[in-house]
Structures are given as structure tokens and as C-alpha cells.
Design a protein around this ligand. Sequence first.
Ligand SMILES: [Fe+2]
Length: 407
Amino acid sequence: MIKKIPVAQIRVGMYVSDVNAGWMDHPFLRNSLLLEDQEQVLKIRRAGIREVFIDTAKGLDVDDVPTAQEAARSSQQDLERMAEAPENKAPPPRTSLAEELAKAKGAFNEGARLVRSVMDNARLGRQIEMESVKLAVEKITNSVIRNSNAMFTLRRLQQRDDYTYQHSVGVCAMLAAFAKAMEMDLATIHQVALGGLLHDIGYVRIHAEILAKPGKLTDEEYLHVKSHVVQGSDILHQTAGIPQLAFDIMEHHHERFDGSGYPRGLKGEEISQVGRMAAIVDVYDAITTDRVYHRGVNPGEAMRKLFDWSKYHFDPALFQIFVKSIGIYPVGTLVRLESERLGVVVEQREKNLLQPLVRVIYDAKRQYYLPPQDVDLSRPFGHGGGDRIVTHESPLKWGIDVNRFLS
Ligand SMILES: [Fe+2]
């Protein structure tokens, strides 16, 4: 049985089936291991991990803790309650998703191309062309403001090879949506989004073979990877016209609310507000994407994990606003409906986070594909709606390629 336990309770002889540390940008521990000596126990505790999953069939058991399933169910309920919170003054999107998708594609690809060229130039010690960066950021931001579903859809349709470039655009777009939900003004949203686009530029000074390494990193390699933050800040300092907010995002995106982050181990409000926002967005984007060493998790599952981590690692009040900006079943989430059908969330409505537009694709009971049909869960039965999300589902478990149904 898989159980979830606080790290204070782990001891030698237990089998950790998941170290529950997806918020780290690189696994310096294997994700599952038998705890053979005290050193391993301490290493998990020192890493700032607060809760892990153990497999009681493969190692020692412990009483009075929830099973992984029970823990997941109860967090999901809490998260749904949070999403129900009334009061969302968000105006409706200014363009339809289909219309916006056509416009957003150019902005997304241009953004990714630009990050590539900025990084290539930085590698050669050349100046960052700030005018073109600002222009690209404005295009991405404006698309998000018109209808954020388009950029979020494009991010889901990512390709594996270009990770850093697409991650940068993803973080940029999501930070813009987050900043909008925070009711920041347009000039500020642009600065925050700019910080998002450049936040990982320090990776140009990290050895490529370490970044591409599929296995476990040595402590030394992990330290080197972490140095991308100070390296990035160094690069920004050599560039004229970088707003302070972009520096804050760069320097704080790996700090954690409980002080367990890096490079400075800042705590709570010692971390800038935009840095605390960037930490949430960075982790969300990273864990929902396929990498050399892990498969991306379903966005709905990612939200539940982030909710759990927000008790320690993230600012809980900001997490609540983040939920408003992308929903608890974000675009690309595979969900199971009350009617026993599976569908993919294609459009999130800021006014009602629990009732998005879902493309129904599969009959879970009889196990066959259905002709895709869009169901607006906010509408009553007989008017294109009349169904309800029961839970999110793993696409892997069902063998469903969600991306096929997104475009
Ligand atoms: Fe980073």
C-alpha cells in the first residue's frame, strides 16, 4: 500500500516510492529508494522535503497516516472548495479561442525563437537586444489578456527538444495571466512577463551535458545547475533597461516560502512578491512537461500537487490567486465526467473554475473513443452541458494522447 507520511516519520527500512519533490528542477535523488542508512534519511530531510510516499509492501509500515489515495482525495476536495470561492470580476475573454489561437501561434513561436537567439548571444558574450525582447513579451502578454486559453493550449502542444525556450515562453505567458489576476496594471504585467521570459537565461553558462543527463546528478553537478540563478542575474546586470521586477523574478524563482530554496534560502516575505509568483509558475510549467528524466503530469494532478506543496514551499495566499488564473482543471487536463465519459479541458472560464469547456472523447465504461464533442459544463442539460467533473485522470493510465484533441 502507498501511504503519505511526514518526513519526520521516515526511518531506515522504509521504501520511499516517491520523494514528492517535483518542485526541484533536477532530481538529485532517485525518485524511489529503500532507506538503507541514516545518511539517506537525513539527505531527504535536509533537501527541504516535507512529505513523502512510502510503499509498505516493499519496506517498513507506519500506522495512523493516510494512504496516498485518501490524501489525494482530501486535498482535491480542499482545492475544489478554494476554487468555489465567489467573487470573480474577470471580464469575459475579448476573442474566441479559435480566433486567438491563430494569433497566438505567431507570438508563441516568435517568443521561443527569440529566447533561443538571446541565449545564443549571451553564450557568445553579446548584448541582449532588449527592443525585440520587449516586443515579443508584449505580443505574448496581449494574447494572454485577450484570451489566455490560446497560449495555454500552445504550451500543452510543446515539443520535447526545445524545452528551455518553450518553458521560458510558458512561464512568461502564465506569469502574465497571474499578474492580471493580481490586478496589476498593464505596464507592470509587461515587466513581470519579461522576467518570466528571461528567468532561466543563466542556463547558458551551465554545461550542456549536465542539463541533458537523464540519470541522477552528483551533489557537485546539482550545485552547478543551481548556479544558473546567479549566472542569469550576472547576465542581466550587463544589460541596460532591465526592470527591477525582472531581477526579482530571476533571483527569487527558486527560493521557497519555508526557506528551503536557493540560492539564499530566503523565507516568506523576504522573497519578493513576483519571486513568490514565479516560483509557483515555474514549478507548474516544469512538472507538466515531459523532460529527459520524467514524464509530465496531467495539469489537474499538477494543481493538486502544487496545492499540497503550497502549505510549505509556496505562498498559500498567492497560490489561491494562481488558481484563479488557470483553474483547478487547467487547459489540457484529462477529466472524468459524471456520465462516465472522459474529456479534455479545452477552455477555462475565469468566472467559473469548476465548469470549463470540455471536449468529450472517450466512453470510460465501455472503453472506446467517441466522436469528439464539446460540452460546456456551465450550461444545463439539453443546452450543450449538463455534466460534471468527478476527477482528473491520468492520460498514461488510459493510453490517451491528450494533445491530439487540443488543436
Ligand atoms: Fe530556474
